[in-house]
Design a protein. Structure first.
Ligand code: EPZ
Length: 421
């Protein structure tokens, strides 16, 4: 296993190239199951989760490989297997994105229930409800969801849940509806930019989807889809993470490839804190005034403030000049980073889905343990500003969603290195 060794205190300055979005790449790669011929995807980040999905797709007869330019080529070579097994799905929840494509194209999908998650309760009932509304028969077999249907039929589907829309449930139902008979309308659909990117890829393959980016999606079913070439959007959560790195270290970073339209809620909150965000030719320039203002943040489905940036924002507000509050409305239990930040001298008190953050003058370096992807990013950010040295253990969590983060940080002045345990 590896850990990061970080000595805090350096001001970050320079250019950070933003990678492609993990949460757009994964459903789009899964969608290649629906497609005849070859798909070529550009800007797919080199992440553990991406490599993991390639293994699963390989088991499902989808060959995927990168060419010298890094572009990923995907092609279905065998449609026999329709079983996404526990051994693979349990390692990465986003594997459930193969459910809709398998059902629509191969008439059968047997996908392991994902199981427990560090960020809280994550059922897949909305995925099943949505696919059954298209006519699938559902059965529960040895911990697997089994869905079958000879020919899916378009339907009007309300896909709202206890915490609002669901990103991957929308993706699964949208993908399945592209090959269903007739029209499907999805109400309370997720509006995330990653869903828009998926719909744009599918439309380029011959699908007929409208309304992407709004809560109402309309899909006219077609008989087949043909491979195409597509460029994955930039990763807005990586953008937000580096914006906070610039703010915390009183630095100045140019985030190359960042798309302003995707991060309005993030920009709004960070500007309230006192972070300066300017559009630049190739992206954004982020810097901060010395004084960080306390604010209130509530996470919500897009276009609200993303839950995937909640932990990182908490690390920032630890250093604000006053008391802040963060309420987590998407994953109410997503707070495993709180205890670790308190180990670094933060003053955080959790009450239900809300954390009160009393701003402190400084954080101190300490050995801390990453518990999940975004919590680990928050600990790395806190370490950049902490007095002394911090060891962030279990960095395999961060490798799931950030492409060589330590190299990108070191390139703009951070004192960080990856150490083999
Ligand atoms: C996606 O997960 C992202 N993952 C998550 O990012 C992100 O945190 C989440 O959306 C919310 O933005 C990918 O895109 C691969 P949801 P997803 O279904 O689709 C409840 C990261 O760090 N719900 O939108 O699994 C659910 O429990 C990851 O990159 C049901 O109740 O999230 C949650 O409270 C972590 N029943 C809420 O809806 C369902 O069937 C939103 O979850 C589905 C969801």
């Amino acid at each position: 296993m590896q850990h990061f060794e970080i000595v805090g205190g350096n001001r970050l300055k320079g250019v950070v190239p933003i990678s492609g979005a993990k949460n757009a790449s994964l459903p789009i790669m899964a969608a290649s199951i629906l497609v005849d011929g070859e798909t070529i995807l550009h800007n797919v980040p080199d992440l553990a989760d991406v490599r993991h999905l390639q293994v699963l797709l390989g088991r499902l007869g989808v060959k995927s490989q990168r060419d010298d330019s890094g572009a990923m080529h995907l092609r279905v070579e065998d449609e026999m297997n329709t079983h996404a097994e526990y051994e693979l799905v349990s390692k990465m929840r986003a594997s459930v994105c193969v459910m809709g494509p398998l059902l629509a194209k191969r008439k059968r999908a047997q996908v392991s229930m994902p199981g427990g998650c560090a960020i809280g309760d994550r059922p897949i009932d909305m995925h099943i409800q949505g696919l059954c509304a298209l006519g699938a028969e559902f059965e529960f077999v040895n911990g697997d969801v089994l869905l079958r249907n000879k020919k899916l039929t378009g339907a009007d589907i309300f896909l709202g849940g206890p915490f609002g829309s669901s990103v991957t449930a929308t993706a699964n139902v949208l993908m399945a509806a592209t090959l269903a008979d007739g029209r499907t309308i999805i109400e309370s659909a997720a509006c995330e930019p990653e869903i828009v990117d998926l719909a744009n890829y599918l439309n380029a393959c011959g699908a007929r989807i409208a309304g992407q980016g709004t809560p109402q999606l309309t899909i006219e079913g077609v008989s087949s889809l043909t491979g195409t070439e597509h460029r994955i959007i930039p990763d807005r959560i990586e953008v937000g993470t580096f914006m906070i790195a610039a703010a915390l270290t009183n630095g100045e970073l140019e985030l190359q490839g960042a798309q302003f339209e995707h991060i309005r809620a993030i920009v709004d909150r960070l500007r309230q804190v006192g972070v300066i965000v300017e559009r630049a030719e190739k992206g954004l320039i982020v810097s901060s005034s010395r004084r960080l203002e306390p604010v209130q943040i509530t996470t919500q489905p897009y276009p609200g403030f993303p839950t995937d940036l909640q932990a990182q924002a908490m690390a920032l507000l630890c250093l604000a000049d006053g008391n802040s509050m963060i309420t987590e409305k998407v994953f109410p239990d997503r707070f495993l980073h709180v205890g670790e930040l308190n180990r670094m001298g933060a003053h955080l008190r959790k009450a239900g889905p809300t954390v009160m953050i009393e701003g402190v003058k400084r954080l101190v370096g300490a050995p801390v343990m990453a518990s999940d992807l975004r919590a680990s990013a928050a600990l790395v950010l806190a370490a950049l500003i902490a007095k002394g040295t911090t060891q962030v253990q279990r960095v395999y969590h961060i490798d799931r969603g950030y492409e060589t983060i330590e190299r990108k940080l070191a390139a703009v002045g951070a004192n960080i290195r990856r150490v083999q345990d």
